[in-house]
Ligand binder design. Sequence first.
Ligand code: ADP
Ligand code: ZN
Ligand code: ZN
Length: 735
Amino acid sequence: MNSSDNQGLVRVAVPVPLRRPFDYLCPHPLPAPGCRVEVPFGPQTLVALVVEHPAQSALPVEKLKPIRRILDQQPVLGTDILALMQWGANYYQYPLGEVLAHALPVLVRKGEPAAYRELEFWFVTARGQTQDINELKRAPKQQQALALLRQGPQTPSALRQEDVQSAALNALEKKGYLERRSLEPTHATDWAERLECHGALHLSTEQALAVSAVTTQSDSFNAFLLEGITGSGKTEVYLSILEPLLRAGKQALVMVPEIGLTPQTIQRFKRRFNVPVVAMHSGMNDRERLDAWLACRDGGAAILIGTRSTIFTPFQHLGIIIIDEEHDASFKQQDGFRYHARDLAVMRAHRAGIPILLGSATPSLESLHNARGGKYHHLRLTRRPGNANLARQVILDIKNTRLQAGLSPQLEQLMAEHLAAGNQVMLFLNRRGYASALLCHQCGWSAACERCDAWYTWHHASHRLHCHHCDSIRPLPRTCPECGSHELIGSGVGTEQLEQLLASRFPHYPVVRIDSDSTSRKGELEEHLAGIKSGHYKILIGTQILAKGHHFPDVTLVGLIDVDGALFSADFRAAERLAQLYTQVAGRAGRASKPGLVVLQSHHPEHALLQDLTQNGYDHFADTALKERRLLGLPPYSHQALFKAEATGQNEVHDFLQRLADTLRLARLPQLQVIGPLSGMMERKAGRYRLQLLVQTPTRSALARLLEWGIAEQEAWPESKRVRWVVDVDPIDLG
Ligand code: ADP
Ligand code: ZN
Ligand code: ZN
């Protein structure tokens, strides 16, 4: 059905969880794709984004509604980003409107003008310039403010930082010496001409080879995997690669894991080039994010450093994408729009015809597979600059050993030696709280969450039980509710308990604990890290937060308290995760000239994985693991999607997934596997029943077609109305 003469059709993405396009009538000239419009949607008015101008609609023209208002004369983002979002919506089977809602800055999503904030500045008037400043000596605050502003206009907040208060400014304004004016900040795009390069190091041969491999092929799409052991100088390689690109006026997107986005990281890029570097992270408010986004889009920013969501940032002239710690799980969004930023980044670089560099000491098996298959160029850094020694590694057999808070006497002895020598010691334990369960020594009762199939974690400091799955909290019971006994004990040591023990064992060595409980306050993590760097803390205890990215040159002993759980996990990725964690943790020891020692406590010292890791290293482990995955037909040799459904009733969930399984099996794809419905790690969470269905095919394209078909089929079923379901394409967590 064609639209009438003076009106055309626009297809828009609306931020609602529906998987179909929405068409509206719109007066000519039609707003270009990428412009925002306001549309009526049921009783509401929503901000939508124009994605195309369809020739016709599936609906008859009488059923189409007109848009309410055009918000932009110019698109807020380019067709490259629109296409990337559309690709992402298809691939991850997520409604386009919600993808857009996720990818746009909040203020843009809300319909605010996509423009920089108007900033107010204080200026000195002509009178204020000529006035004899000594006449203000009775009002020293005003005198100081006028002197400062004579050097140039400033914003009120910048003045506050110089300790100039508004009372003084207002007084000067009354005297006619100052005035306030708005000024749009200029975002000069000619930073390339002013680029300076500070503090570049003389590269090692390996580093130089890696740099030239990328720089000589930087005019087209090429993917590079930079596999470099911790401390081998990967960041130095990134910086050297950036220099010629920035000089040519090209911008760079640098993505880092959530935990790696520290002021130090940003400083390192800022200091090198003297070009505008912007960051995007959760600590920024909506306004600051929009400004950073605009600076990238309009070319004012040379480098953007940020976490996974920066993959959708538009750039004027993007020249390269760098992903540091590419194996890190935080690049995959684990709820809502479950995209993998690394995979989208490769797609984006491919479409833009630019290089992408993935760096890690412990690359994901997916990326290693791509490197070995020739899709990625494989670059390696096998040495540390200045020949800093690699740590010695031992597995400590703790069978039949008396452990205290998980710690063996042997490890305690080693700690005493390293501490006495003036060094720092780091202990790693991936369980927070005091104990992972509270149980009665008399009758065996243990405190279980009523809403989950899980035990409560015992938090000693707060005297509470906390369910880490549904967040419910209750007071610590004094006696056993079953038998009345007072003998309530903990099982499964957590970081809090280890901290308590060490504080009593080594009273002269300050202990710091780094986990999500001890770092939840803003700035707390930075405080702790600063205390470690300054050498105040001698004993460092932490969960995996501590394992990532931080350089602690004075740590000479690293202990892994308990990793045995990962050896027998049902998730086939557990071994890879343990190997990455172990290698990263081990890489924290002995960075400078001090020799390091890594001690892994285990009840299974003979386990092949542990032996392989400590004796042959990550690369060898990866070889073995890839062979195993190939034999079993697991990713990266196949592709998976995980349907997860939940409801208050068990039957509803089962019936829905069973029907979905039966339907998908009908597709009769070669080597299709449909596994389930099965319960994951926890069948009941926060009072709801949860089941899942795993789908696996040999190729990505077959999986994509199957999902699209299956998801369309279920829309008509009464079963789907009774459950909440999601699909996770390329899941990295099968729990
Ligand atoms: P990675 O990113 O691989 O962990 P970094 O780039 O942070 O490694 O480098 C680790 C340390 O080695 C840093 O202190 C860095 O300044 C130093 N470094 C890196 N490259 C060189 C080099 N070519 N010569 C001397 N020191 C270097
Ligand atoms: Zn009891
Ligand atoms: Zn719970």
